[in-house]
Design a protein around this ligand. Structure first.
Ligand code: FA5
Length: 337
């Protein structure tokens, strides 16, 4: 037995010298300390010896076991370190091009929104905000759109509750600001709005910028002048505009402003529905009935108002023919801006 134990020790000492990987070390541990390893087998063989011999041989077996455990423990640290180093050197190949940090940037709609805000701030407008979940009163009633009026059909509405809607336009901010402040006023209100609408030029959630200016003697001429400056700054001096008579319950007279389609340059395409023109905003002179809701005297004050769709402007600016691309979050699309 003593000879056998000595052979196991020598065998172990020579094999551990050749171990270089964690797997090899694991196998060595199994061969010597596992259930069927030589230390366990030697312990089983003890049964055949007398009690006195058992005691003496048992001590030798335990010495061998401690020797094996100690060397395996020391080797384990060495093998692990070199395996970590090897993994590190594989992962870091100096000949490969470096990985670039990806720069994030603003969404194209945010970029256009900021550009539009800067233009209006340059024209002396301040910036206001209002809630996206809005009462029926601010979204419709106070804008001269009573319940059951056919004008409510102009905007397919998401109702939260009977008297609560997701705002269908930014116009309710007009009322909220006029309620709080006395004229003269000149502000814009950018923000998200919602309508039950979806096709190549309509999405259920989109962005508008509302504008309101109230003062003594504000005229339709001021409205035309502001729209002219604004749209030429966005699309360039050469872009043709036209004002078309229209209807909004909260403005009178009302107009829609079209720009010549910048995608087909007026020749006719899918985006302009072959007309050569694209509607870009609604506008008009504040209806005196609206002033009635906020306690302004229509004999003293006049106002101009406008509301434009930011996605529509972004589509024309960048030549995009499907508005839904803005909201699909496809990085191949977004990275171009
Ligand atoms: C309005 O929302 C009025 N509140 C605008 C207004 C304000 C008129 C102040 C007068 C005075 P309209 O429904 O036409 O108007 O929408 C204005 C613009 O929003 C449109 O010209 C269009 O550019 C954009 N728009 C409307 N619906 C959608 C939609 N579903 N998806 C994307 N853009 C839309």
């Amino acid at each position: 037995m003593l000879e056998k134990l000595e052979l196991h020790r020598r065998d172990f000492d020579s094999r551990i010298g050749n171990v270089t990987t964690p797997d090899q070390l694991k196998q060595l541990r199994t061969d010597f300390l596992g259930k069927k390893g030589c230390v366990s087998l030697a312990l089983k063989e003890l049964r055949e010896f007398s009690p006195g011999e058992k005691r003496a041989l048992g001590k030798h077996i335990n010495d061998l076991k401690e020797h094996i455990e100690l060397l395996i423990q020391e080797k384990s640290a060495v093998v692990q370190e070199s395996s970590d180093r090897a993994a590190g050197s594989d992962a870091f190949d100096l000949s490969l091009p470096g990985r670039r940090e990806m720069d994030g940037h603003l969404h194209p709609i945010t970029q256009v929104m900021e550009e539009l805000i800067a233009i209006f701030v340059g024209l002396g407008f301040s910036v206001e905000e209002g809630p996206e979940i809005e009462s029926d009163y601010y979204n419709f009633e106070a804008l001269n759109i009573p319940k059951d009026h056919p004008a409510r059909d102009m905007q397919d509405t998401f109702y939260v509750e009977d008297e609560v809607v997701l705002r269908t336009h930014t116009s309710p901010v007009q009322i909220r600001v006029m309620e709080k402040r006395k004229p003269p006023l000149r502000f814009i209100a950018p923000g998200r709005v919602y309508r039950c609408d979806s096709d190549v030029s309509h999405t259920p959630q989109f962005h508008q910028v509302e504008g309101l200016m109230v003062d003594r003697s504000v005229s339709f001429g001021h409205l035309k002048g502001i729209m002219d400056i604004f749209l030429h700054q966005v699309f360039g001096k050469q872009t043709a505009l036209r004002f078309r008579p229209s209807f909004f319950p909260f403005t009178c007279p009302s107009a829609e402003v079209d720009i010549q389609c910048v995608i087909c340059l007026g020749k006719g395409c899918r985006v302009c529905k072959q007309t050569g023109w694209v509607e870009i905003l609604g506008a008009g002179m504040v209806d005196p009935a609206v002033f009635g809701f906020v306690g302004y005297d229509p004999e003293e004050w006049t106002g101009l108002a406008f509301g434009l769709g930011i996605e529509r402007i972004a589509m024309l600016k960048y030549g995009i023919n499907d508005i839904r691309l803005f909201f699909e979050n496809d990085l191949r699309f977004l990275r171009q801006f």
